[in-house]
Design a protein around this ligand. Structure first.
Ligand SMILES: *Cc1c(COP(=O)(O)O)cnc(C)c1O
Length: 409
């Protein structure tokens, strides 16, 4: 029975400890943690040699393909803590016309709540449940709040969600409908984050901001695990990832290291391209300036709400991964994003979200600039279903009471 066999019995788990991503300082597992003492993300560490002895690629591949097939590489100790809405492995969809013969879209819009935020939040909520957390708050541009609300409501955790007041209505409505108390705030996501941080300091709730708890990365990591398996344990040549907080890019990079430690893949890595919008490109600026951290981007503005993140607490982890991979951080204009969404829909029948459109636009640029070649096997991330976003309306109306000119239809 799909989606259940990986969730019926506890398996051996392998988390050993947590580690500060900046200083390497060690923190005990199975306790509530936010950021490290120096205010940076904590990373979960596993006994990888023990996993290698316990599980091989063939055993893994005989399991159902959902996210929970990766249990040994995930932090949840007990199945009873997992609140699942059916986290499927997402397909790689070719874009032969608008992309090219070697371009695949990892279509994350198929996940519960319609975005890849489900990967991170299903994990973080399971850990919150395991650790006895009763109330959670989060700043969001939409999709993270929706995923948090859905999973937390399902296991009786109370949620308070703060979003910029121009967050798309559909996001705000789905968050509220799925049981969160949602507030529109006259500011950007980091302004919302400041409210969440202050409330957490007052002991009102647990802070679920991007990378401020350790487990969303572990959920997002499954994108890298899935890609390795879907590509037959030979990673693609380049990955284009729309980068806001960068959880997914950091998570995939971590996944590749863990898979190499298991002996399941070799040392070859994809070039990682961090894609941002020209109206909010702090990581691109830091990349170009050669700095380790990114400055806050003032007056952030873009149609791609999911990547409108002026400041990322994991900036140095994103930059390190992109640089180590031989990739690049690239910014694309909103007009190019909108044109790419139209192109993929009209030419290949795949409706991308604006952030997904940004990766297609950036791919075309990278191709023309010689950063990738047409022979490279490329993965573009479509992070959410295009149905959640405003769309151009090219429909026509017909009066059925008037004579109909069938030749003109
Ligand atoms: C959150 C989000 C992103 C950015 O993802 P990060 O891993 O936080 O950088 C991109 N696109 C969409 C649609 C999102 O919801």
């Amino acid at each position: 029975m799909p989606l259940l066999t990986n969730l019926t019995a506890d398996r051996k788990t392998f988390v050993t400890h947590l580690e500060c991503s900046m200083t390497g300082e060690i923190y005990p597992a199975d306790e509530v943690h936010g950021l490290s003492r120096v205010g940076r993300p904590l990373l979960v560490r596993y006994d990888l040699p023990a996993i290698a002895a316990h599980l091989d690629r063939a055993a893994l591949q005989s399991r159902e393909t959902d996210l929970w097939r990766w249990r040994e590489l995930l932090p949840v100790r007990h199945v009873r803590d997992i609140v699942s809405l059916g986290e499927i492995e997402t397909p790689l969809v070719p874009l032969p016309v608008s992309g090219g013969a070697n371009v695949l879209v990892k279509d994350e819009g198929r996940l519960p709540t319609g975005s890849f935020k489900a990967r991170g939040l299903v994990m973080a909520v399971a850990m919150a449940k395991a650790l006895g957390i009763k109330r959670i708050a989060m700043p969001t541009n939409g999709n993270a709040g929706a995923a948090l609300a859905a999973y937390a409501t399902r296991c009786g955790i109370e949620t308070v969600v703060f979003c910029p007041d121009d967050t798309p209505d559909i996001n705000v409505q789905e968050i509220a409908l799925q049981g969160a108390r949602v507030w529109r705030v006259n500011g950007l996501i980091d302004d919302c984050g400041a409210i969440v941080g202050e409330g957490a300091k007052q002991g009102r709730w647990f802070d679920f901001s991007t990378l401020k708890e350790p487990y969303r990365i572990e959920g997002k990591k499954t994108m890298g695990l899935e890609l390795a398996s879907q590509f037959g344990w030979e990673l693609p040549d380049a990955i284009f990832y729309p980068t806001g907080g960068g959880t997914g890019l950091i998570g995939m990079w971590k996944a590749f290291d863990e898979l190499e430690a298991l002996g399941w893949i070799g040392p070859k890595r994809p070039k990682m391209f961090a894609i941002q919008a020209a109206g909010c490109a702090p990581i691109v600026k830091a990349f170009d300036d050669g700095t380790e951290h990114a400055e806050r981007w003032e007056n952030a503005q873009t149609v791609a709400a999911g990547i409108r993140v002026p400041r990322a607490v994991g900036d140095f982890l994103i930059l390190r991964a992109v640089r180590a991979s031989g990739g690049k951080a690239l910014a694309v204009e909103d007009a190019a994003i909108e044109a790419a969404v139209q192109q993929a829909a009209r030419q290949d029948g795949l409706l991308l979200c604006p952030e997904g459109g940004a990766t297609l636009a950036a791919y075309h640029y990278a191709l023309s600039a010689g950063l990738v070649s047409a022979a490279d096997r490329v993965v573009l991330f479509n992070c959410a279903t295009g149905l959640k976003y405003p769309m151009a309306d090219d429909s026509r109306t017909l009066d059925r009471h008037a004579p109909i000119d069938y030749d003109a239809l």
